[in-house]
Design a protein around this ligand. Sequence first.
Ligand SMILES: [Zn+2]
Length: 249
Amino acid sequence: MKRVLSNLLILIVIIFIVLLTTLLIPSQSPQRVLLGFDTELVDAPEDIAFVTSALEAHDARATFFVTGDFVQQRPELVAELAQSHEIACHTMTHPRLRAVNRTRLAWELSECTRVVEDLTGKPVRGFRAPYNLMTRAAYDELPKAGYSYDASWFEHLGLFAPKPNMPALRISSWGFVPLEDYFLIKLLPLGDLAFRVMTWNDDETVILDLHPRIVAEHPEAFTKLLDYYATRNATFETHESVFLSSSGG
Ligand SMILES: [Zn+2]
């Protein structure tokens, strides 16, 4: 009996918390959705073709965080992506930043922008770290390599994550994710790499961290996701456009 009561009490507390959270986080329509695709050697051209055609059908722009070796292997594909989307960097060879020395780190960052800029003729502004794991040294090197913003800030790691010394887009944060969006993403079988939906700086921007190969495995889910935000009149924009508008440029 005692056990039933304590379980009941726990249930009531949970229901109370859920209700409270729902009240505290009003359902809101995001203004902008930033889709970012980490694009690496393992991503097949067919997978990327699926992603781009789905984006095109929704008049959506996105950001592809490419590795330099991917660009070297698929230059035509990246040149085509650059026509409609932002190309940002994801290092040259996708190492764990913690595991490379300073010289190699600087090369990983600057060589990627060189390869992309040589191909597209457009400046690379953004960076996302492999495995989303930034280091203090990487934050020090990014501006030197010409980057303007970072898109790998794992805010919820708190003290364990180095603080950005440059404009940074959070890819995780505590709370303030509209519940509807949270459950949508949780329910969609987009793979566990796509679970992070966040608002950014309270400006109702949703940021999604995706991978072409995983998205292509779940075509209906991805289309449903695009439909969901499209019917709520959100625009799909590049990370760069948000960075440029927030920095007044
Ligand atoms: Zn990656």
